[in-house]
Design a protein around this ligand. Structure first.
Ligand code: SF4
Length: 206
């Protein structure tokens, strides 16, 4: 089994949750967001100067282990991002199985994947960082090129299984796609449904 990985970025602080973390960015995404900065469906693209590469789970663990002391001292660990990491859920599950005791595991996802992919790692992940884009199905479709049925279904499935502390739900203001009022409506829904404070932010358009 191999993971198709776009980049591995070590010693990140205050960007992906608590503590020092290593961001493992996976190649490929089912969405086509207009303002995507990752270009993770572009075959030639690499991120942060790291070449796209195939990793065995053990190879990735060896790399992650270099910073294990920082994970343990700061409450950090691995962040699986992308692209859409849940397209490679089996690989993530295996990496989590091999990960050191006390390493936190976080995932940054759009949740626009089949429930089976979510279920594969639901017992492994400590924190779910979910970008819901916009709750309205028409705006979502216009911005991403896909509908959000799976996103809503997966959100509800996770809510049944996890406590509020496991969620960090991001609600973006997407220039040209949603208004402040529409963002506020999505944020209100998140508050009521998950009992968490949503992370409202602006997409940076480059
Ligand atoms: S979900 Fe993220 S990685 Fe995928 S196209 Fe949208 S912005 Fe890019």
């Amino acid at each position: 089994m191999t993971g198709d990985i776009m980049s591995v970025s070590r010693l990140r602080m205050a960007t992906d949750g608590k503590g020092v973390s290593t961001l493992v960015a996976f190649y490929g995404c089912p969405l086509k967001c207009e303002y995507c900065i990752n270009e993770c469906n572009n075959n030639k693209h690499t991120l942060l100067g790291t070449a796209r590469a195939l990793y065995e789970p053990e190879e990735l663990i060896e790399l992650l282990r270099k910073d294990a002391i920082y994970y343990l001292m700061t409450g950090g660990g691995i962040v699986f991002g992308g692209g859409e990491p849940l397209l490679q859920a089996e690989f993530i599950h295996e990496v989590c199985r091999l990960a050191g005791e006390g390493w936190k595991k976080r995932i940054e996802t759009s949740l626009n994947v089949p429930w089976e992919s979510v279920a594969t790692v639901v017992g492994d992940i400590d924190e779910w960082i979910i970008d819901i884009k916009d709750l309205n199905k028409f705006r979502y479709q216009k911005y991403t090129g896909s509908d959000n049925k799976k996103v809503l279904n997966n959100l509800m499935g996770l809510r049944r299984l996890l406590s509020p502390e496991a969620f960090r739900i991001r609600v973006p203001h997407i220039r040209g796609y949603n208004t402040d009022e529409q963002v506020a409506r999505s944020a209100e829904w998140v508050k009521k449904t998950f009992h968490v404070e949503p992370d409202v932010f602006d997409y940076i358009v480059v």
